[in-house]
Design a protein around this ligand. Sequence first.
Ligand code: ADP
Length: 270
Amino acid sequence: AMAIEYARLYAEVRDFAEELAASQARLIQSEKLAATGKLAASIAHEINNPLQALQSCIYLVADSFPPDDPNKPYLDIAREELERIARIVERMVDLHRPPRESSGPTDVNRLVENVMALMRKRLQQGNITVHTELAPDLPIITATEDQLKQVFLNIILNAFEAMPQGGELTITTRYHPARRGDGWVTISFQDTGVGIPPEQLPRIFDPFFTTKSKGTGLGLSISYDIIERHGGRIEVESTVGQGTTFTVWLPVKQKAHREHRRAAPVPMGS
Ligand code: ADP
């Protein structure tokens, strides 16, 4: 009986240690992001003006070039590379956003459908079959819709790019009741793409980590930041050659709703 009890205790301690390590990793990630995000956004602002001036100059010069000028290809390269910088800078500005843009009651299923309406054509053209399994009992959550949309788009675009030969994308929403609190809503995106090698997995949420020639490496770090601000987290599981699943966890804060209303300022003298 003692051995059984020891085994149980050991399992409990091990689970606890694992959870601790995971939450520590999340903490480091969010601190890293907050600092990098702020710096990156302020640099991006500084770069933006001279960059736009440069782009205008190149366009003006390109216009006055005869099409058969031997130097024209160099100008084209310069223009393309400037566009690349502009893309990166644009995303960098996104890295640091005010703590709370207007958040409100959000129907996650509807949001998923909206995003899919935007992406369906593109996925079809890429030979990707989409399955959606939306939970009918999904509670309304409090969220900033535009930000969540951006997260879903980022993850779907990554899935798209991970399946250059086509494949399947399964989007599932679920409600997970919890003993404490109002539970969680999950949105998972499962692709049958190239997968992520285990040694890259810890780095995919790092700003500027990318394995793509035209990537910015900012999509996932921005997404991580957004979900963190919503009190949630993003989990990822991947097997090289089989595919990847990203799962977004978002808290259902029904109490926070009510507390929020109760905490509204009371007019003097009432
Ligand atoms: P980007 O897409 O610009 O590279 P992200 O931050 O969105 O930037 O992604 C970082 C990296 O994570 C990608 O370059 C890719 O290596 C990896 N990744 C993300 N999503 C997937 C996926 N669904 N399948 C395989 N690799 C992925």
